[in-house]
Design a protein around this ligand. Structure first.
Ligand code: PGA
Length: 245
């Protein structure tokens, strides 16, 4: 895995955005795997800025998001569908018909199957990831098997707490207790992976991912088995690392 320890979050986000922008410039029909959460927001801001200043063209780009809360549809302000339009899709020239976010309402098994089929037909060129403080990627919580595909997930208490604090004004009861998430196997099928992690709260997970054993107990550790991963962290998230990068 290629590891970049950036001076701070701002620089890390610029570097991450550059990787995605270069990918889109090199292949205007790129299939992006996208993520939500606090981590990618600055990266998306940089993509928007670049689109406005340099006209990077997203008209033929497709996107597949990692996950969605069960019970929230695209009209709910905390849905990940809404998040993506607010932070990225409304501000670049991507065709709304080309964006895909898992569906968290209705017949969930049918929705998962349809998402898996779509991912089979559309191999992601570059998958953007954050990492949970418990090492999850997407909503693949500790214990998720490596061969998992898009599935319904029961969120761990730590994830509900993290997301309540960040997005639901601290109201844990308002956070859905389940999500639909791409599985580990879907994520590992991407041609490239770009993972960002910021802040002290991620240091333990980052250490386990990069320097620990590969174990389902820390889902991100499986990325050690992927041939093309770039990890960009700030100094705080890198603070427990023992090797030099
Ligand atoms: P965060 O979440 O970006 O809000 O820290 C990352 C994740 O849970 O994958």
């Amino acid at each position: 895995m290629k590891v970049i320890v950036a001076e701070n979050r701002e620089i890390a986000s610029q570097e991450g955005a550059k990787i995605i922008i270069d990918q889109v410039k090199n292949n205007p029909e790129t299939i992006l795997g996208l993520a939500t959460g606090t981590t990618p927001i600055d990266l998306y801001n940089n993509m928007v800025k670049d689109h406005k200043e340099n006209g990077t063209d997203y008209s033929k780009v497709k996107s597949y998001n990692l996950d969605e809360y069960v019970g929230l549809d695209g009209t709910h302000p905390q849905s990940y569908y809404c998040f993506m339009f607010e932070h990225l899709f409304n501000h670049i020239n991507i065709n709304p018909e080309n964006v895909h976010v898992p569906v968290g309402k209705g017949d969930l098994q049918a929705a998962c199957n349809a998402y898996n089929d779509a991912l089979k037909q559309n191999q992601v060129d570059i998958q953007l990831l954050g990492i949970g403080s418990n090492g999850h990627i997407g909503f693949n919580e500790p214990g998720t098997p490596a061969d998992s595909v898009t599935h319904v997930v029961d969120l761990k208490e730590s994830t509900i707490k993290d997301n309540a604090r960040l997005f639901f004004n601290g109201d844990e009861d308002a956070v859905p207790k389940q999500a639909v998430s791409m599985g580990i196997a879907n994520i590992m099928n991407a041609k490239k992976v770009l993972l960002l992690a910021f802040g002290e709260g991620k240091a333990k997970a980052v250490k386990g991912m990069l320097e620990g054993e590969v174990t389902p107990e820390l889902p991100a550790s499986i990325l050690q088995n992927h041939p093309d991963v770039t990890v960009i962290v700030d100094k705080a998230a890198a603070s427990l690392l023992e090797k030099q990068y």
